[in-house]
Design a protein around this ligand. Structure first.
Ligand SMILES: [Zn+2]
Ligand SMILES: [Zn+2]
Ligand SMILES: [Zn+2]
Length: 269
């Protein structure tokens, strides 16, 4: 399987509009971060986790030509505002979109035109929204088979089994996701003890590290390192970083198995 970081930036994106700080003015491409999202492929199966604000730019940049399924972490603007850009990808077949009940309810409200037949002209994406209902039983949650067309296929090459992992984003319950030996935990400030069970055996961890200073709704770099240690993963990538973080400077300070991610980075797992 292969994961591509579509975006690795915090909610305002880097460079921040109107900011003249060294990171925002940096020429280093690794300091240019679009809003956080990832693309996972296995054979012909293709999923994205979140449709970030720049989804169109990210999809064009990476050559995404098919999305079987979308998984949403939560409904903050930076994670869903690119959802309309699924339009050309849903031309032939509606795309299922999964999230926890609050996320799905928020998205339906905010993008009410998507499932509204009132017309009025203009294209819209064809999406089917599904709640991941067993949020309270994250560890035992049935894996969602996101390649419905090949549901009974034994060809694991073309299948992605993804499991929700319940995490806290400040006071809000949101979802991280686990695929095989990899877990993606963006916008995270607390991992409940039961979710560590869901993370058992994870070898590659992608985790929120907003900035150096603590923040009420995101892990800081030090807190992310603590969580990385706790999971015992062999490799970790930091994401959802703000403009306080200069890529090269942070990379030098980190333990050898932890690196800041960057837009366009691909990892095989
Ligand atoms: Zn975010
Ligand atoms: Zn800045
Ligand atoms: Zn958020």
């Amino acid at each position: 399987m292969r994961l591509t970081f579509l975006g690795t930036g915090t909610s305002h994106g880097i460079p921040v509009i109107g900011c003249a700080c060294a990171v925002c003015k940096s020429e280093n491409q690794k300091n240019k971060r679009t809003r956080a999202s990832v693309w996972i492929e296995s054979g012909t199966a293709s999923i994205v986790i979140d449709t970030a604000t720049e989804f169109r730019l990210q999809a064009v940049r990476e050559g995404i030509n098919k999305v079987d399924c979308v998984f949403l972490t939560h409904s903050h603007a930076d994670h869903i505002h690119g959802i309309d850009d699924l339009r050309p990808l849903s031309r032939y077949k509606p795309i299922p979109v999964y999230g926890n009940p609050v996320t799905i309810s928020d998205v339906k409200k905010r993008f009410s035109y998507i499932n509204n037949d009132a017309g009025g002209g203009g294209g819209k994406p064809r999406l089917e929204f599904y709640e991941i209902k067993d949020i309270e039983l994250t560890v035992q949650a049935e894996p969602a088979d996101c390649n419905p067309g090949h549901g009974s296929s034994t060809n694991t090459e073309n299948k992605i089994i993804i499991r929700p992992v319940k995490i806290k984003h400040g006071k809000v319950d949101i979802l991280g996701y686990r695929v095989g030996n990899l877990a993606y935990l963006t916008d995270c400030s607390f991992i409940p003890p039961e979710s560590f069970e869901a993370l058992e055996g994870v070898e590659i961890l992608i985790i929120d590290a907003l900035r150096y200073k603590p923040h009420p709704t995101h892990f800081s770099v030090d807190q992310a390192l603590e969580m990385i240690e706790k999971t015992g993963c062999r490799e970790a990538w930091l994401t959802h970083m703000c403009h306080n973080i200069e890529h090269e400077a942070l990379e030098k300070e980190l333990p050898f198995h932890v690196r800041p991610a960057w837009d366009g980075l691909k990892i095989n797992f």
